[in-house]
Write a protein that binds this ligand. Structure first.
Ligand code: C5P
Length: 223
């Protein structure tokens, strides 16, 4: 296939989004935030009064919302049925329910298929795409030439996420992250897992520029 895929997985707050965007910008590639897709479908379920704890109901509704992703790393967008949901998918309600929705196999099947289409289209168009999530190195793009697993200490991750959401309660943020990571790592289908063929990158003591520089170097070597 034409183009290079950079696959990045890791827990919440490990620096995936900032890193992926930075690398895509540095090389004029595209950027795909798969977490935003799971958040978008969760937003739709909540907005349509689907009980997210009812896996059968979620499975049945999974194909109804149309999710559209804009992959410019300088201005990524996410739409559901033509409505911009960039802000709406970041609420505590969506964040608190996304792990339940993303654990439903029909939801994953549908989004993974769409992610693979986007990857093929964008790679052909601009020569590269950086994709971040929880199952990119394992399920969505296991043949990617660059596969990374980003980590950071629980404290560093909570600090970063607190800053992002403008919260001063770092302890509460750390507890919420721990809960979500546990759910995402223990689900039956495509759990967040670190595999031996993905390069581990601990970002705890590194600046964003340093991490982006390291990943760009790996990408250049892989081409
Ligand atoms: O990356 P972000 O924190 O926005 O992801 C939100 C949620 O989406 C995760 O907690 C996880 O439940 C789900 N997700 C997933 N697979 C991916 C990306 C995200 O299950 N590839």
């Amino acid at each position: 296939a034409e183009g290079i895929v950079i696959a990045i997985d890791g827990p919440s707050g490990s620096g995936k989004s900032s890193t992926a965007k930075g690398v895509a910008k540095a090389r004029d590639w595209r950027y795909l935030d798969t977490g935003a897709m799971y958040r978008a479908i969760t937003w739709w379920m909540v907005s349509n009064q689907i009980d997210v704890t009812d896996a059968a109901a979620v499975a049945q509704a999974a194909s109804r919302p149309v999710i559209t992703m804009g992959t410019d790393p300088s201005a990524p967008t996410v739409q559901v049925d033509g409505t911009d949901v960039a802000q709406a998918i970041r609420t505590d309600e969506v964040t608190g329910n996304v792990s339940a929705v993303s654990a439903v196999p029909e939801v994953r099947e549908r989004l993974v298929a769409r992610q693979r289409e986007i990857i093929a289209e964008e790679c052909a168009a601009v020569g590269g795409i950086v994709v971040e999530g929880r199952d990119i190195t394992t399920v969505v793009a296991p043949d990617a030439p660059v596969k990374l697993f980003l980590t950071a200490s629980a404290e560093a991750r909570a600090q970063r996420r607190s800053k992002e959401v403008h919260s001063s309660d770092v302890a509460a943020t750390q507890a919420a992250l721990a809960r979500r990571d546990k759910l995402d790592s223990s689900r039956a289908v495509s759990p967040l897992t670190q595999t031996a063929d993905a390069t581990e990158l601990d970002t705890t003591g590194l600046s964003l520029d340093e991490v982006v520089g390291l990943v760009v170097k790996l990408a250049d070597e892989a081409q």
